[in-house]
Design a protein around this ligand. Sequence first.
Ligand SMILES: Nc1ncnc2c1ncn2[C@@H]1O[C@H](COP(=O)(O)OP(=O)(O)OP(=O)(O)O)[C@@H](O)[C@H]1O
Length: 614
Amino acid sequence: MTKKAKVEQGEISIHTENIFPIIKKWLYSEHEIFLRELVSNAVDAIHKLQHVNLVEGLQLSDEYAVDIEVDKDAGTLTVRDNGIGMTADEVRKYINQIAFSSAEEFVSRFKDLEDKKQIIGHFGLGFYSAFMVADKVEIRSLSYAEGAEGVHWSCDGSTSYELRSFPKAERGTDIILHLSDDTKEFLEPARLREVLKRYCNFLPLPIRLAGETINDCEPLWSRTPSEVSDEQYLEFYRKLYPLAEDPLFWIHLNIDFPFNLKGIVYFPRLTNEFDVTASHIKLFCNQVFVSDDCRELIPEFLTPLQGCLDAPDLPLNVSRSYLQNEPQVRKIQEVLAGRVAGKIVELAKDLESFGPIWEDIHTFVKFGMMKDEKFYKKLADKVVFRTTGEEKYTTLDAYLERAKEKHAGKVFYTSDEAAQAPYLKLFADQGFEVLKLEAMIDSHFIQFLEMKNSEVKFERIDADIADGLLDTEAGSEIASGKDQKTLSEALQEFFGKVLDIKGLKVRVEALRDAAVPGVVLLNEQTRRFKEMTRAMGDAEPDLFAEHTLLVNAASPVAKNIRALQEAGDQETAELLARQVYDLACLSQRSFDKDRMEAFLERSGRILQLAGEKG
Ligand SMILES: Nc1ncnc2c1ncn2[C@@H]1O[C@H](COP(=O)(O)OP(=O)(O)OP(=O)(O)O)[C@@H](O)[C@H]1O
């Protein structure tokens, strides 16, 4: 005669009326995370058994795995493990009391939260997340303990449960979900696979779907860095980001003290499609996927970093705003910044291979240096600049060393090679090296460098004419003509009178290069100030409100103007003076319609005159 199984019925002692509808509705969009929760509980159960096995010397030698199975006809999904199992008492304690009281706490803590995304992806849901997708949940379990009896628990989503003994042959736990009508998608292997790949891809034990292992139990970051080859790092990257180009460099973190942090972060090649404002790192907790968005852990200037971080010590069941104030988070940021700086120092040893990498990383490095003093100190002498010099790249120190004779402490730069081409030519012809600072961040970075090195001044090549470009041997000029004026005096007065523009200063100097009739100069400090007000969102500043026209006394055009003026051909002299000015301005600014028309018309007349002369 078989003994009738004793059935225990009871009420789960929770105080919230009925938490399940709340959970279900509230977390609707993220209900797939139930699978992560159940699979990680199953993995925990196996780890616990492995631990007991060691401590108690049980000498178990099973093949451990978590199996996920579906029964389409019955509409059930089962998560099975061969871990530690539970006795009836443990089910009462861990499921009826602990799991459900934490459920209650969870709901009361987060139900008023506006931004639900804040906690999504973080732990704290546990076993009861099964009710997000199931109308009824069953547990069948057999504890590892000697003489243990199988146990069966079921609950239909109300606050009452049923518990009875159950003839289970194999140690471990089956969690059986009777999926609700609107979550039948989880009976589809393809959908299950997708979710398991997302959350369980790197779990440390085999996770099998219909018998097939779907995960990588030993993700690369869990290995010893010295045992991993470059090819393996690249292969891992390609698996994580199949559409991306190979990264620029990577860092393998393997920290045990003062906190645990493992992971591999990659600095990607930045393409136009790459969103540098989004977070790209996948966060794990003991190899369980937690979130794709862990921007709190990464210093702001390193947001492009990709890869995986495994931070088992972080209290992940808290909101992101909590994370922002978590001291450990700051330490992780510091470690990341330090390690990235270290890697850059290493890469910078070979300037030739470093140059192209620098092109992709420089904005972030400069931003980091301005934000983080430690980062600055580590990299201060590693910053490189593109240059017109012999090598393609130079450090600031090397540049200043070369410039010692000609312009000590002064750094000439261009912010736009095309627009400043005439100036570049002047500098190049006289053998002056010019740095190319063409990125948005550079104007701020220059300011920052000047603050850090008070003896260094940056000057854009159109800011002033360096002494070395002037022909100081041109000799003193002789006063001549009816007006008894020197060439410089006469031209200065003539240009000033003819152009008659508010804010324009005329300066006449002999340049070493006679080919340029004139250049416009914009004072460095005034220009920077104007650019700054533009950056602050003020109305478009007029960069030309104050500017200087430098007329090249060495140029044949200037001499010609003076000759025409002396000969009384005021009209042609004026025509040429205006053209010299417009040509000098043209590279710096675009003309409006009227000025362009006047310029073209004048050009036509000058061509005509030249033709008549010929
Ligand atoms: N498959 C299982 N095998 C053995 N025990 C289990 C299993 N699943 C759950 N448990 C027990 O039930 C308890 C409650 O699980 P639950 O998932 O709600 O919370 P948790 O795992 O302790 O914490 P959290 O999931 O929030 O990190 C577990 O601590 C464990 O003791």
